[in-house]
Design a protein around this ligand. Structure first.
Ligand code: ADP
Ligand code: TRP
Length: 321
């Protein structure tokens, strides 16, 4: 079974990225042959600063390796190191109905956020389809917001297969429902573009401040909170604390007499401890960037072997060879 996923280098990774994408991706390494990549071509649709792209790409590589990606087992690479994917994007474009792209929520959401509508932004799902199809991927672990793109990928693969004969494997999205949308400090979905993130790695003081400034309601400490399960800090605590402890906090909050300050302090402590090992590993990797570049170089080499074969299959099917 081939598992594939990508993540854009568009900022520092946060708890939403971690629980929605990285953690399941790291766990899935055991279940098959994983291909994970840094989607730097994709980031060109919304990040226009070359130096930042370089810095964030390295940041994602460090984050992923620190969080348990095993380069001995998993093929880890930068998307743009496999340029075959851009050629496949063209082949796929010619079988992609306009309406399919016009219906994509993510495109409409990005326009609403004020990102300028380039052709690249519009055709982004076709590049994503090429990413997935070029490695004969079976399973694509992503957050809920990317589910539609995997469905579009299936539609595009079906169109191509119908027009030119069976060429592509149909992928399945893998969505972890329980962490499908990690909330940010304002209760909305955690996202870089909402400015409500808690980063995985960063400076302790700043991160503590972020967590302590999560806004709660104004009910007095002693008031019972029958809606304790919906409390933002409780929901986040459930991700980073042992289940019994998170449950205990929830019950104490429900009963009343447990202050929000104390709750947030607990959340910070668990969050900080949760990433302790990864943080140490990341510091080591930062001192050894040659190793990180070597991992990416070897990953790209392996990825290109597979991509070259599948692209050639598609070219032959379409009468280009
Ligand atoms: P952002 O919204 O911060 O720009 P991305 O769109 O780059 O994040 O998402 C990268 C990956 O992380 C995707 O697989 C996405 O589904 C997942 N992801 C992002 N935010 C969340 C969240 N709040 N909850 C769950 N998964 C998320
Ligand atoms: N579009 C995805 C995101 O923004 C990143 C991505 C690009 C991806 N290509 C992919 C994810 C292929 C899974 C498979 O999060």
């Amino acid at each position: 079974m081939r598992i594939l996923s990508g993540i854009q280098p568009s900022g520092a990774l946060h708890l939403g990225n971690y629980f929605g994408m990285m953690k399941p991706a790291v766990e899935l390494q055991e279940k098959g042959e994983a291909f994970y990549f840094i989607a730097d071509y994709h980031s060109m649709t919304s990040l226009f600063d070359a130096e930042l792209r370089r810095r964030y790409s390295l940041g994602v590589a460090l984050d992923f390796l620190a969080c348990g990606l095993d380069p001995e087992r998993t093929v880890f690479f930068r998307q743009s190191d496999v340029p075959e994917v851009t050629e496949l994007t063209w082949l796929l474009s010619t079988v992609t109905p306009m309406g399919l792209l016009e219906r994509c929520h993510s495109y409409k959401d990005k326009l609403a956020k004020g990102i300028s509508p380039s052709h690249g932004l519009f055709s982004y799902p076709v590049l994503m389809a090429a990413d997935i199809l070029i490695y004969d991927s079976n399973v694509v672990p992503v957050g809920k917001d990317q589910k539609q793109h995997v469905e579009v990928t299936r539609d595009i693969a079906i169109k191509f297969n119908e027009r030119y004969g069976r060429t592509f494997v149909l992928p399945e999205p893998l969505i972890r429902e329980e962490t499908a949308a990690v909330p940010g400090v304002d209760g909305q979905k955690m996202s870089k573009s909402y400015g409500n993130t808690i980063e995985i790695f960063g400076e302790e003081k700043a991160l503590r401040k972020k967590i302590m400034s999560i806004v709660m309601d104004s009910r007095p400490v002693e008031a019972p909170k029958p809606d304790a399960d919906r409390n933002l800090a409780v929901r986040l605590l459930k991700l980073v604390a042992p289940p019994e402890e998170a449950k205990e906090c929830e019950e104490r909050l429900r009963a009343g007499g447990f202050g929000y300050g104390e709750l947030k302090k607990k959340l910070f402590e668990h969050y900080w401890a949760y990433f302790e090992k990864a943080r140490r590993r990341r510091t080591e990797l930062e001192k050894n960037l040659d190793y990180v570049q070597e991992v990416l170089r070897k990953g790209a080499q392996r990825a290109r072997e597979v991509a070259g074969k599948v692209l050639s299959r598609a070219r032959r099917a379409a009468g280009l060879e």
